[in-house]
Design a protein around this ligand. Structure first.
Ligand code: NCD
Ligand code: ZN
Ligand code: ZN
Length: 345
């Protein structure tokens, strides 16, 4: 039985750090384990210009714990008014690594996102030209489409047409949650990748809804039925380099989660690697963990893998704090409801 596993230091290819007191509370949890992360731009107001991204990067560096070795990879929030020249300059200078597409109204802080996809076509064409990848929250927002079908419908109605009309655009389907998403990636050429979260590998909608509603399991895209979880797990443990880890750790104040209308997002950063080792071990695929967490992401983004390593070891169950203080509030750590025996040594 494997009791310890040394892998290249991992990166998180989809992360929410927020701002202010919340940023200070959650940044150490990611910086402790991960070398780099793609930083989501859905602040209020969002990170839409290169100046916004530079200022946000400075605030992150300012909040960095003493001695941390962590690089935030910045993104711009795509709007119908995004200036292609500003975007291209930010990408050329290395200030941003990618651009994020939120369909307006699809998720937390997406109100400034895209309503008419034709309006962003010139920006997408420019991105294809300069080699700037597009990260996508892939759900339609039409009221008549069932929330459990929104990812599959997005692929057919929005994503596939965008990819056909913008050859050369590298796209990352963020946080895929369905067999449809996994299959679409598998059927596509090398220019399409996907991130997968820890909660979507471990849980299905029964875990969120049976016996009572668990607000800390509510995130978007919403947990789906079990067969989808199984397809995601098969993709993540397949060794196919187009699937890689994006935790989508998405902290909200506890009162906003435990509310009449609960905010979407799971704060998983403190336990993400322990959960990942748990679920890969259960799947008999610990040998595939390094690829998923540490190798495939850099390869897709054309970045070097990290030089250093981390060691995961198995022992007594981790003691996980229920909450962390975040300014005047707390943030509740995602509780997987089972003992986690893997820890980062
Ligand atoms: C994210 C958040 O809280 O910012 N929430 C979530 O449920 N995943 C937004 C997102 O990634 O869609
Ligand atoms: Zn999203
Ligand atoms: Zn997210």
């Amino acid at each position: 039985m494997t009791q310890s596993l040394t892998i290249r230091r991992p990166d998180d290819w989809h992360l929410h750090l927020r701002d202010g007191a919340m940023l200070r509370a959650v940044l150490p949890e990611t910086a402790r384990h991960f070398a780099r992360a793609i930083i989501m731009p859905n602040l209020v107001p969002p990170v839409v210009t290169s100046a916004d991204a530079a200022a946000y990067r400075d605030r992150i560096m300012d909040a960095m714990p003493e001695g941390a070795d962590f690089t935030p990879l910045m993104t711009l929030y795509l709007t119908e008014d995004t200036d292609p020249d500003d975007l291209a300059a930010a990408h050329d200078s290395g200030l941003i690594t990618s651009v994020k597409l939120y369909p307006a109204g699809a998720t937390t802080n997406s109100a400034s996102g895209v309503k008419d996809f034709d309006k962003v076509r010139p920006v997408l064409e420019r991105m294809a030209e300069i080699g700037c990848p597009l990260c996508v929250h892939g759900e339609v927002t039409d009221r008549e489409i069932d929330i459990f079908d929104r990812e599959a419908v997005f692929i057919d109605r929005v994503l596939d047409p965008i990819r056909r009309t913008t050859p050369g655009l590298r796209v990352i389907m963020e946080h895929i949650t369905t067999r449809n998403g996994a299959d679409y990636v598998a059927s596509a050429p090398e220019d399409l990748g996907a991130t997968i979260t820890v909660q979507h590998l471990m849980f299905d909608r029964n875990d969120m809804l049976v016996g009572g509603m668990r607000p800390h399991y509510y995130c978007l895209p919403i947990l789906k039925r079990r067969e989808h979880r199984e397809a995601l797990l098969a993709a993540a443990t397949s060794g196919d380099p187009r699937y890689f880890l994006g935790t989508d750790s998405a902290p909200h104040p506890t009162h906003a989660k435990e509310a009449e209308c609960c905010a979407a997002g799971c704060f998983t950063a403190p336990i993400a690697l322990s959960c990942l080792a748990h679920v890969f071990e259960e799947a008999g695929a610990l040998d595939k963990l390094e690829g998923f967490a540490s190798l495939h992401g850099p390869a897709f983004y054309g970045l070097p893998v990290n030089d250093d390593t981390i060691t995961l070891s198995k022992g007594d169950a981790l003691e996980i704090p229920k909450t962390l203080p975040a300014g005047d509030h707390t943030v509740t750590v995602f509780d997987p409801g089972l003992p986690l025996n893997w820890r980062v040594a």
